[in-house]
Design a protein around this ligand. Structure first.
Ligand code: ATP
Ligand code: MG
Length: 407
């Protein structure tokens, strides 16, 4: 029996792992500079949490969620996105009673039953940021600036910030009516999904990928014209801050996002160099009603999810600095047991060290040392053992360093 990984999942092997660690380290460092702190939540939650937050009619819940019944007949689901679990944790642990704003970041593996293709998997990794407890457009701006900085820190170019506001339930209700009236004129030409969306969730029609639907909604009324004064002011202030901070954005009045919980600001960072296709690498927005919706007190929030599986394809490995690897080569007349304490001395100094664990001959060690891309060689024969020091050779320049290892 030969086992294969499940469709839509991947093994991340050593040649790629440094890219992942690079993305993770940069995220942690930048998060700290904005006082975002890490939070970790379960990989699965009660199914109803996602239905409630992401929305029953969303693609994620209605088509893509991994649902299962556990042995106690509880309906559970594997996390399809990160926000719902974090909101649940914040409410359940009473964190909203502490000093606000509360700022969290997390790495979470998410699961969606998708048509798999490059950049779209059934298990994928999201880096998320969530800020609870402020309504200010400055908070939205700070988060967008953080993401922009993060993408730049990874050396990622060619990404465009798309920006829109989808208002609050009050102004959106007005707009939904106008959009429904507009769509009704074309009802027979809409795709089946949009026919359903027309009744259940009109806003989503704007996001349809079908050519004919796209054409139809090109000339639909736009939400921006329906924003109430509070939502409008929020959006104007956000744009002003971004302009002042020299963050370029493109207004996109068809950007509505696939999750139900957003209010006011929605945004995406789209990359255009992904096999010449445009693909969203980060997506987020404000969600002022979600916390209350799932049982907390009224609390505004804003967040973003970053698709690390997509970013990893764009990170240039040559940008990543790595600590050098030292290889201690022992001659046949030196026991491996004598090498281990020397390796420990170096490791305690912070060096990365490999030794001859396979007990190979000198020739075979030289091959191995090249195969593992060692940067420095420390040669230890009988003489070195007696003198209690050894030279360090730079394997790239073939030069002996001034510095010696003493033991
Ligand atoms: P898309 O429109 O690409 O399907 P989405 O709106 O479903 O994205 P979100 O739920 O907002 O995406 O997730 C945030 C980010 O997570 C996306 O912008 C993307 O970078 C990443 N992402 C979403 N689904 C997948 C997936 N199946 N595989 C890899 N990355 C994903
Ligand atoms: Mg999707």
């Amino acid at each position: 029996m030969e086992y294969k990984k499940p469709k839509g999942t991947r093994d991340i092997l050593p040649d790629k792992i440094k890219l992942w660690q690079f993305m993770e380290n940069n995220a942690r460092n930048i998060a700290k500079t904005y006082n975002y702190n890490e939070i970790r939540t379960p990989t699965f939650e009660e199914c109803s949490l996602y239905k409630r937050s992401v929305g029953d009619t969303s693609d994620i819940v209605s088509k893509e969620m991994y649902e299962f019944e556990d042995k106690g007949n509880r309906k559970m689901a594997l996390r399809p996105e990160g926000t719902a679990g974090v909101v649940r944790a914040v409410v359940e642990n009473g964190l909203l009673n502490s000093a606000l704003p509360l700022k969290f970041y997390y790495f979470s593996n998410c699961f969606r039953y998708e048509n798999t293709q490059k950049g779209r998997y059934r298990e994928f990794s999201q880096l998320g940021f969530e800020c609870f407890g402020t309504q200010s457009p400055e908070t939205d701006a700070e988060l967008i600036i953080l993401i922009d900085k993060y993408l730049k820190s990874l050396g990622i170019k060619n990404s465009t910030l798309l920006l829109n506001s989808i208002g609050c339930p009050k102004c959106r209700a007005e707009y939904n009516k106008a959009l429904q009236n507009y769509a009704l004129k074309y009802e027979s030409e809409l795709c089946n999904d949009c026919k359903r969306r027309l009744k259940e969730n009109p806003l989503r029609m704007l996001d349809c990928k079908q050519e004919r639907c796209k054409q139809i909604f090109e000339n639909a009324p736009t939400l921006i014209d329906y924003l109430c004064s509070d939502c409008k002011n929020h959006f104007e202030t956000l744009k002003t801050i971004l302009r002042n901070e020299k963050i370029e954005y493109k207004l996109d009045n068809h950007l509505v996002r696939g999750l139900d919980y957003y209010t006011k600001t929605v945004f995406e960072f789209e990359h255009d160099g992904f096999d010449n296709k445009k693909l969203t690498v980060a997506a987020g927005g404000r969600y002022d009603n979600l916390v209350e919706e799932i049982g907390g007190k009224s609390c505004s929030a804003v967040g973003v999810g970053i698709g690390l599986d997509r970013l990893v394809e764009l990170v240039d490995i040559t940008n990543i600095e790595q600590k050098p690897l030292y290889y201690i080569l022992n001659t046949d007349d030196v026991e491996l047991a004598k090498i281990l304490p020397i390796a420990e001395i170096l490791r305690n100094k912070g060096y990365n060290v490999e030794v001859n664990l396979a007990k190979r001959s000198v020739n075979a060690q030289q091959k191995y040392m090249n195969n593992i891309n060692a940067d420095y060689l420390i040669f230890i024969g009988k003489q070195e053992l007696e003198k209690h020091y050894a030279n360090i050779k730079d394997l790239k320049t073939r030069e002996i360093l001034d510095e010696k290892v003493t033991f």
